[in-house]
Design a protein around this ligand. Structure first.
Ligand SMILES: [Zn+2]
Length: 49
């Protein structure tokens, strides 16, 4: 387990771990749930991976 339940994932731009509290939008897609979050590292809206 490399990812805790409280984290959304990592920023694809700077690699920072993004906590669940940074979640902005979550929506269903054909291939799963996509989320957008405010990255605490680069202060941009990113798609955590
Ligand atoms: Zn970032």
């Amino acid at each position: 387990m490399s990812q805790t339940a409280s984290a959304l994932g990592r920023c694809p731009d700077c690699g920072a771990s993004i906590p669940a509290g940074r979640l902005l939008i979550a929506y269903e897609r054909a291939d799963g749930t996509a989320v957008y979050a405010d990255c605490p590292g680069c202060r941009d809206v990113v798609h955590p991976a």
